[in-house]
Structure formats: structure tokens, C-alpha cells
Design a protein around this ligand. Structure first.
Ligand code: ATP
Length: 236
């Protein structure tokens, strides 16, 4: 079996006339956590949106499990097994925790994400089961957003800045969850501003600058060039 789960090749993505992604290519291997770093506006969110079909690329291809899924509608990409936790959580504020999770469920997929297993990862969701999304704290909403994506038994889990806006203790909690998912062999594509948190849980690092990949390699290689890469391409 090929180790390659996702292969993105030559993505060119626009918002109207604004040319945001310029030839973005990379691969994500099964069982690994790939971290996508870059400054504000580098195109990280747009990369995830291009894969998900939310902002379809004008050129280039997205292959997932060997199939060309370029520009397919988001619900089809979801049904193929891509889980997506968007920036800013975007849970359903008027629905309770149980309803939010049910909307994320996907019948197929062999991830084994039963409700019990989700509760093991996120015990707070059992406690908050009948509460509306909007009454949860920011950290609880983030846990719910991750849990909802897992409820879809994804083959690939994409997360857009899950640590954003969280207190340091909760950032550590998100990091622990990421590390645990990685330990269980979940394939993850993680966008983060918080390079320190992301590097602690990554196998492969991608650095995006002005819509182009300027570094791609194993985390150890990133660390060898860390000072230069951080100085040139990251805000930290
Ligand atoms: P951030 O960390 O700020 O989310 P990012 O790396 O995720 O940054 P993107 O959100 O992908 O960056 O944005 C890339 C570029 O595209 C930015 O210049 C941004 O202003 C622009 N952009 C993003 N969304 C839109 C949109 N809906 N319409 C027009 N331009 C957009």
C-alpha cells in the first residue's frame, strides 16, 4: 500500500483577481502529522480550502487515496474521508453538543470513532452533552469542533489553527490531543501560527510564504535550519 494519502500538485488559487496560491505542491503520508507554517496571509487557510473544495483551485490537482478530487464539492470531499476543523471553530451555536456531533457523523470509514472513544478524548463533552454550542467556553468549543470532525471517521484530519485564541493551559491540552492522535496513527494536516506547539507534534514541516512552499522536509531537518527559516518566513 502506498504511504501517500494526499498529493497536492501545482495549486493555483484565486479570490477574484487576487492570486493567492502559486504552484503549491506537497504530499501527506499516512499516519504522519504534517504541519503547515507561515505568516499571516501566507495562504495556509486557502490551501486547506482548496483541498476541501471550498475555494476550488483554478489549476493544479488534489489527489486523495489515489483519486483526483480537485474542485469537488465540500460535502463530497467530506464523504471521501477528509475531516476539516475550520479556523474559528464554527460549531453550530444553537444546537446542543450531541446534535453538533451527529451532524459530523459519517457512516463509512474505519476510524473507529465511536461516541465512547470520543468521550475518552474529550470527557468535557459528556458533561456538556445537552448544552447549546454557544454556551460552551472557547476551549470547549474547540474540543467540540475537533470531536465533530473525528465523528466523521476521517482518513485525513485537517485543522486550521486549533490553538488560536486559547489560554496557554488549553493550548497544552490541544497539543496533548494532537500528540495522542498522532500516536494512534491518525493522519493529520495541521495549520498553526503557534510553531512551538505544532513542531512538538509533527513528522513533516511545510513552510508557506506568499502563496508558495519555501520549505518541505522532516521536522528534524526543519530544526537544522530553524533560525534561518523562522527569521525569513515566520513571525516568531
Ligand atoms: P492567517 O493566519 O491570517 O489566517 P493564512 O496564511 O491562512 O493567514 P489566508 O487566509 O489563506 O492566509 O489568506 C491568503 C491571502 O488571501 C491573504 O492576502 C488574504 O488577504 C487573502 N484572502 C483570504 N480570504 C479572502 C477572500 N475571501 N477574498 C479575498 N481575499 C482573501
Amino acid at each position: 500500500m502506498t504511504t501517500e494519502l494526499l498529493a497536492v500538485d501545482g495549486l493555483e488559487t484565486f479570490y477574484g483577481k487576487s492570486h493567492v496560491l502559486r504552484g503549491v505542491s506537497f504530499t501527506v503520508r499516512r499516519g504522519e502529522t504534517t504541519v503547515l507554517l507561515g505568516r499571516n496571509g501566507a495562504g495556509k487557510t486557502t490551501t486547506l480550502r482548496s483541498i476541501m473544495g471550498l475555494t476550488p483551485p483554478r489549476a493544479g490537482t488534489v489527489r486523495f487515496k489515489g483519486d483526483d478530487i480537485t474542485g469537488q464539492a465540500p460535502h463530497r470531499v467530506f464523504h471521501r474521508g477528509v475531516g476539516y476543523v475550520p479556523e474559528g471553530r464554527q460549531i453550530f451555536p444553537h444546537l446542543d453538543v450531541g446534535e453538533n456531533l451527529r451532524l459530523g457523523e459519517r457512516a463509512t470509514g474505519d476510524g473507529g470513532w465511536t461516541r465512547e472513544r470520543i468521550f475518552e478524548y474529550f470527557p468535557v463533552l459528556r458533561e456538556r452533552w445537552e448544552q447549546r454550542g454557544r454556551s460552551l467556553s472557547g476551549g470547549e468549543q474547540q474540543m467540540l469542533a475537533i470531536a465533530r470532525a473525528l465523528a466523521g471517521n476521517p482518513d485525513l484530519l485537517m485543522l486550521d489553527e486549533p490553538s488560536q485564541g486559547l489560554a496557554p493551559m488549553l493550548v497544552r491540552e490541544v497539543q496533548t490531543i494532537m500528540a495522542r492522535l498522532r500516536g494512534e496513527g491518525v493522519t493529520i494536516l495541521l495549520v498553526e501560527q503557534n510553531a512551538r506547539m505544532a513542531l512538538a507534534v509533527s513528522d513533516q514541516v511545510l513552510v508557506l510564504s506568499k502563496g508558495a512552499i519555501v520549505f518541505a522536509g522532516p521536522t528534524a531537518e526543519f530544526h537544522r535550519h530553524e533560525q534561518e527559516l523562522k527569521g525569513r518566513y515566520l513571525s516568531v
